[in-house]
Write a protein that binds this ligand. Structure first.
Ligand code: NAP
Ligand code: HSE
Length: 420
């Protein structure tokens, strides 16, 4: 089986490397040899040690009659979409690791396939076979919830910031050096990459055709050392979570940092590792753990798709030929419910706590715990730390707006969700 690699960067070069190093094993499992005929790169002038020629025009791959499978590993949305459309128009099988593209065009692509095999195992959670688990292994179940860590860069950064107290910028630099981050790392730290992946999983589980703008996405940008320290002191670790939760015929989708109990399984997922809990109505909870980013881990999933195509295996792209779950719609962002951690920096004087409690009460928010910590330097200021019972997103947002306007509040109040 002949393939063309469109993109020979971190993942593409690892695909080439593994296909060469594990050639005999892969051929035995695929039932045929898998050969890369050529690759596409942007910078054609750069010297590369590759056992195949590189070119700059992708059409020399998508229109090449010798090529059976086009593997898109260049990233981006519009240009990658053009490559895949051209491949499908020329009746090629397609494999992609491009979650950004799928977040916008998965349903368009499903319509364009015309029976062509389409693999995207590598688009979510790097080396973990979560797409196959949802499409095939859990096919008998209604999916109750999906909750996990699905961005390796954020998890790596949070692990390093919490365990080693390195800065945000140092942690990001490390993640980039290890090949985990997207070409534009704001996709990782802004929560968008995890949101892209969550949307893909939500299509497999719920047939939800939502786009990134439709769902709650919050990145790591507002995390401070103080919140990391307080979380630690109260028995939590901070993780960036992606959550899909079905209640009745509605499913809420969200990505945000959260305080996670140190005793939970998800708190123990460190570094670049990803971990995903999927609860099915019949199987109960299942859990998937493994490397979520990096060249070899991601290439492992790309090659799994190549082997499946070589064997002639084919399941419908999103796991259903028509209809999927059917009837499930997206919950409004405002209706999402959670417990919340609030930190409000205030002047330490009479009536402050009562006033904040009043704002929360006026917005239907019930306080669970309260604690006050004096600032070390400005002794007349204090951090008020509150946790709430379950409340609605719309109510907490309004309360935060009102608290920010109170005269004794010294900086914008901080709100983080608490995982329950
Ligand atoms: P990368 O290291 O930046 O490699 C991108 C490759 O595509 C490079 O070879 C680049 O050429 C080529 N390219 C980019 N734009 C191009 C254009 N307009 N025309 C022709 N060639 C172009 O990216 P990567 O980390 O391998 O990621 C590739 C894809 O896999 C992305 O969709 C990413 O989201 C996804 N992914 C990555 C990981 C990971 O851990 N890295 C994990 C899962 C999924 P040059 O070599 O000349 O720059
Ligand atoms: N940038 C992504 C991450 C790559 O860090 O998880 C894997 O999809």
């Amino acid at each position: 089986m002949n393939i063309g690699l469109v993109g020979v960067g971190t993942v593409g070069s690892a695909v080439a490397d593994i296909l060469e190093k594990n050639k005999a094993l892969i051929a035995a499992r695929a039932g045929k040899e898998i050969r890369i005929l050529k690759g596409v790169v942007k910078n054609i002038a750069r010297k590369r040690e590759l056992p195949f020629p590189v070119i700059s025009n992708y059409k020399e791959i998508t229109e090449d009659k010798e090529i059976d499978v086009v593997v898109e590993l260049m990233g981006g949305v519009d240009a990658a979409y053009d490559v895949i459309k051209s491949a499908l128009a020329n009746k090629k099988a397609v494999i992609t690791a491009n979650k950004a593209l799928l977040a916008y065009h998965r349903y368009d692509l499903q319509k364009l396939l015309n029976g062509a095999p389409f693999g995207f195992e590598a688009s979510v959670a790097g080396g973990i076979p979560i797409i196959r688990a949802l499409k095939e292994g859990l096919g008998a179940n209604h999916i109750e919830s999906i909750k996990g860590i699905i961005n390796g860069t954020c998890n790596y950064m949070l692990t390093r910031m919490q365990a080693k107290r390195i800065t945000f910028d140092q942690a990001l630099k490390e993640a980039q050096g290890l090949g985990y981050a997207e070409a534009d790392p704001s996709f990782d730290i802004g929560g968008f990459d995890a949101a892209h992946k969550l949307l893909i999983l939500a299509s497999l589980a719920y047939d939800i055709d939502a786009k990134p703008d439709d769902i709650l996405i919050e990145g790591l940008g507002h995390l401070s050392d103080e919140d990391i320290e307080f979380a630690e002191e109260f028995g939590y670790t901070i993780k960036s979570l992606a959550i899909a939760k079905k209640v009745g015929s509605k499913v809420s989708l969200r990505v945000h940092p959260a305080l996670v109990s140190k005793k939970s399984m998800i708190a123990k997922i460190d570094g670049v590792m990803n971990g995903i809990s999927v609860v099915g109505d019949k199987v109960g909870e299942t859990f998937y753990y493994g490397p979520g980013a990096g060249g070899e881990a991601t290439a492992s999933s790309v090659i799994a798709d190549l082997i499946a195509i070589a064997r002639g295996e084919q399941t419908p792209m999103l796991g259903f030929s028509s209809g999927g779950e059917g009837g499930i719609t997206l919950a409004k962002k405002d209706d999402i419910e959670s417990k919340y951690y609030l930190r409000v920096l205030v002047e330490d004087m009479a009536g402050v706590l009562a006033r904040i409690a009043q704002v929360l009460a006026n917005n239907n928010i019930s306080i669970d715990t309260v604690l006050q910590r004096k600032k070390r330097v400005q002794k007349e200021w204090a951090n008020l730390l509150l946790s709430t019972h379950i409340a609605r997103e719309t109510d907490i947002n309004e309360a935060m707006r009102e608290i920010a306007t109170l005269g004794f509040v010294k900086s914008p109040p901080v709100m983080l969700r608490i995982d329950v």
